[in-house]
Write a protein that binds this ligand. Structure first.
Ligand code: FES
Length: 111
């Protein structure tokens, strides 16, 4: 008998991947949370909180590449891998599981 229960991540469809442009984020409301979604060069997506932990800047409006997004207000950069800021004193930007299924972006914010 196993004592570990598999944790199922609940993904929510948020829109079409064709609505995204590489290097530009897009904000969505997902299960009561505001998220920013970014398209990478390999066709995968990354999702973060839409509000910057520094002073509330709009993360979806920031410049991004395949590894990070830079907040447009004060240019702090956050890693897509773990949300870490280039200045550790600022804190971490929440990141969420995200995927593309049959052209639809899906994000999980509740896990
Ligand atoms: S509000 Fe985002 S870096 Fe300052």
């Amino acid at each position: 008998m196993t004592t570990e229960a598999a944790t199922e991540v609940a993904f929510t469809p948020v829109g079409s991947v064709t609505d995204l442009t590489r290097g530009e984020g897009r904000a969505y409301a997902v299960d009561g949370a505001q998220v920013a979604v970014f398209l990478l060069g390999d066709g995968t997506v990354r999702a973060t909180a839409a509000v910057c932990p520094h002073r509330g800047g709009p993360i979806a409006d920031g410049q991004s590449d395949d590894t990070k997004v830079m907040c447009p207000l004060h240019q702090y950069a956050y890693s897509f891998a773990d949300g870490a800021c280039n200045d550790p004193s600022i804190g971490t930007l929440p990141v969420y599981p995200a995927r593309v299924v049959d052209g639809t972006i899906e994000v999980a914010v509740g896990s």
